[in-house]
Write a protein that binds this ligand. Structure first.
Ligand code: ZN
Length: 165
């Protein structure tokens, strides 16, 4: 069993407490790609793992069960567009444009995705999907932890340590 198959059998959310996932619950600029997880909108247990590479703009999109995305045939699907949009909200459009090496006069999510689409980028295998998806699961676990953790007053006794230069 590959890592990917193992990861795909993991539940995205505990079934006892279903809640709505954000449209794009996880996005990062890493490994020369804008990559992340986009919820399907219709099925809470299904998410898409999407990515676009810097320079080549090679893109990939598949479900957490490793099914190819029907929308990503020869062009960016809605998941990739949502991912790019979220990345500009989180990191700023200028930084995303710089990272992907997209030359646009006025960086916006739309300008970035249009400029990349115009080069007719190729669609690649979603080879990083397994690791992106497991990072997403870790990210979710962290959010659950954050939500249930009250401030720890004891820690206030420890002054911030000064960095030794
Ligand atoms: Zn897609």
């Amino acid at each position: 069993m590959s890592d990917w198959e193992r990861a795909s059998t993991a539940r995205v959310l505990p079934p006892a407490r279903p809640r709505k996932l954000a449209k794009v619950p996880f996005v990062e600029l890493a490994d020369g790609r804008v990559q992340g997880v986009v919820s399907s909108g219709s099925d809470i247990g299904r998410v898409y793992v999407s990515s676009v590479a810097a320079s080549t703009y090679e893109f990939a999109c598949s479900t957490n069960n490793n099914r190819p995305c029907g929308g990503a045939r020869g062009m960016f699907c809605n998941h990739i567009l949502a991912l790019l949009n979220e990345s500009t909200l989180q990191y700023g459009a200028e930084r995303v444009a710089r990272y992907l090496r997209v030359e646009v006069a006025e960086p916006t999510a739309q300008a970035i995705s249009q400029t990349m689409s115009a080069t007719r980028p190729s669609q690649g295998d979603n080879t990083a999907a397994a690791s992106v998806f497991s990072q997403f699961l870790r990210h979710l676990a962290y959010l659950e932890f954050e939500a249930s953790t009250a401030p720890v007053p004891e820690l206030q006794w420890f002054p911030p340590t000064r960095a030794v230069v």
